[in-house]
Design a protein around this ligand. Structure first.
Ligand code: ATP
Length: 341
């Protein structure tokens, strides 16, 4: 235990030292956005404070309707900011939008490629629109074709591309002018599992280009795999910020889910409530979620205990904490339940 505390202490010192020396590339203070609706206003973003550092992948995780896209659209100058401040790449988003636009890349959920041109034509056009010389554009395009594995399809019309190839081209289009921050809005939505993993690996490679990547997602595994740090957003507010590892570490120990028959639910709850090895019980309609220190030994104890009390379980499972558990703890509801994928 002592060793663990010393380790945590030094980990925190190192973490804050790194933060001190890292440069901030994006900040927001009390960012707000509301939309007029039938009976007044809907507050989509309700006072968001963020800090993103140079060269990091920052995940923005939240369920459908949390306000992720609205925040991202404000940061990319596509939507006016109602209240609060935002600075991206050293410029004020409200008062210097042109300067911000020159220094960011934005890949929307829909993508922006002209489907009746080839991938290469799209890239060259995009580079030229950003004011790059022909030689500079060709060089940047070739580099991106290489790191995003687009060589096989780049001279075909975009209409012939697979979903994965299209997304990779969209990312290349967002990168052609060498932005300081790349915004990716749910980059892997609609891709099959293999293409998702391929794109994840390529996004990791892009990080080596030294840019910051701001990525919205409602996929826990995606943010867990990619993000150096993440913000969890729910109902227009940030509920937690940290590295995936730190956030999961907040939920120390393991989680046991047990399915219980309705007529035995209350009795099971009473029995388990009195057990010192169970740190916390979260109730759902037909199952109980138990937070314990040592999952495997607790599992045996629970089975033995309930067997003695002649209680039949419908299911039992042991899991290690995920970002979904962090989300559940912070908001009182599960991220997965909220999602319509
Ligand atoms: N133009 C608009 N007018 C009215 N309400 C809007 C408008 N745009 C967004 N909203 C609402 O604001 C809230 C936040 O929407 P937003 O698209 O930012 O969420 P999100 O977290 O990106 O969700 P998703 O994961 O589904 O893209 C939602 O309730 C949405 O319906």
């Amino acid at each position: 235990m002592y060793d663990y505390e010393v380790f945590t202490y030094f980990y925190k010192i190192i973490y804050f030292a790194i933060q001190f020396f890292m440069h901030t590339i994006l900040t927001t203070q009390n960012l707000k956005k509301r939309f007029p609706v039938k009976n007044g206003f809907h507050e989509a973003v309700r006072g968001v404070d963020l800090q993103v550092f140079e060269g990091e992948i920052f995940g923005f995780l939240g369920p459908n309707g949390a306000g992720k896209t609205t925040t991202l659209r404000m940061l990319t100058t596509l939507l006016p900011i109602d209240e609060g401040e935002a600075h991206v790449a050293g410029y004020n988003v409200k008062t210097q939008p042109q300067e911000v636009r020159k220094r960011i890349g934005y890949v929307s959920q829909q993508g922006g490629a002209d489907r009746n041109a080839t991938g290469r034509e799209n890239l060259i056009l995009q580079g030229r629109l950003y004011g790059m010389s022909k030689a500079e554009t060709i060089q940047a395009a070739n580099h991106l074709i290489d790191i995003l594995s687009l060589g096989e399809c780049i001279d075909r019309f975009v209409t012939t591309y697979s979903g994965g190839q299209q997304r990779r081209l969209d990312v290349a289009l967002g990168m052609i002018h060498k932005p300081k921050v790349l915004f990716l809005d749910e980059p892997t939505t609609g891709l099959d599992p293999q293409n998702r993993v391929n794109l994840w690996n390529q996004i990791k490679l892009l990080k080596q280009e030294g840019i910051a990547i701001f990525l919205t997602s409602h996929y826990l595994d995606e943010v867990d795999f990619l993000a150096d740090r993440l913000a969890i957003m729910d109902q227009g507010k940030i509920v937690e910020v940290g590295s995936p590892r730190d956030l999961k570490r907040q939920i120390s120990g393991d989680i046991i889910n047990i399915g219980v028959q309705q007529d035995e639910y209350e009795r099971t709850l009473q029995i388990l409530r009195n057990q010192a090895f169970i740190k916390e019980i979260v109730q759902d309609t037909d199952y109980l979620r138990l937070y314990v220190e040592q999952g495997d030994s607790a599992l045996v104890q629970i089975l033995r205990l309930l067997d003695t009390e002649k209680i039949t379980l419908t299911s039992i499972s042991l899991s290690i904490p995920t970002l979904d558990d962090v989300f559940l703890k912070k908001t009182g509801h599960a991220l997965r339940e909220e999602m319509i994928i």
